[in-house]
Design a protein around this ligand. Structure first.
Ligand SMILES: [Zn+2]
Length: 183
């Protein structure tokens, strides 16, 4: 019980503004940082955009930059950049191979979602792509990260036909099947 102290930072941490405010989402009632793990993230975003535009902007930025690195210092830097360029613009990847990856991830006990990454390596607008998938499969689809779309449903196999059909510049061979992934 008492060695909780060992792994836990004591005192104020650099880069964090005190007191820490935890904001809860009006859609899923989780702290807004966790909304992205909620199946209805799209609705959460709408709620957030409407009710907490500032936080919405911040969360969007976090999602965009989340490449594993954390830490308070980073956080502070991000905050200072606010008010700069367009917020939702997907970062273009200038280097690296062009490849789209698709995988399946569990959602609840019986359902799965399909995760598509790499579309922006082909300069595809993720918002347009997400909307396209949503319409095509008649299910929820949302942009969930820098270069990631989550489709609510197991449509992985269909994507191998549908992606090259919609975007002829993507060859079926440049779509990699990552199989089943944990999220
Ligand atoms: Zn939420």
């Amino acid at each position: 019980m008492t060695d909780l102290q060992n792994g836990f930072p004591l005192g104020p941490q650099p880069g964090i503004t005190y007191p820490i405010r935890v904001l809860y989402c009006g859609n899923c009632s989780l702290p807004i940082e966790y909304c992205e793990y909620y199946p209805e993230y799209e609705k959460c975003k709408l709620w957030l955009e409407r009710n907490m535009p500032t936080e919405f902007e911040r969360v969007m930025k976090l999602g965009e930059k989340e490449d594993g690195e954390g830490g308070g210092g980073e956080e502070e830097k991000k905050r200072q950049k606010r008010g700069g360029k367009g917020i939702m613009k997907a970062r273009k990847k200038e280097d690296g191979p062009k490849q789209v990856c698709v995988s399946r991830a569990p959602r609840g006990k019986k359902k799965s979602v399909t995760v598509v990454t790499g579309l922006s390596t082909f300069d595809i607008d993720l918002k347009v792509a997400s909307k396209f998938f949503g319409t095509k499969f008649a299910c929820g689809s949302s942009v969930t990260g820098d270069d990631e779309i989550v489709i609510q449903g197991d449509v992985k196999d269909e994507l191998f036909d549908i992606i090259p059909e919609k975007w002829p510049e993507i060859d079926e061979d440049s779509i990699e099947d990552l199989g089943d992934q944990k999220r």
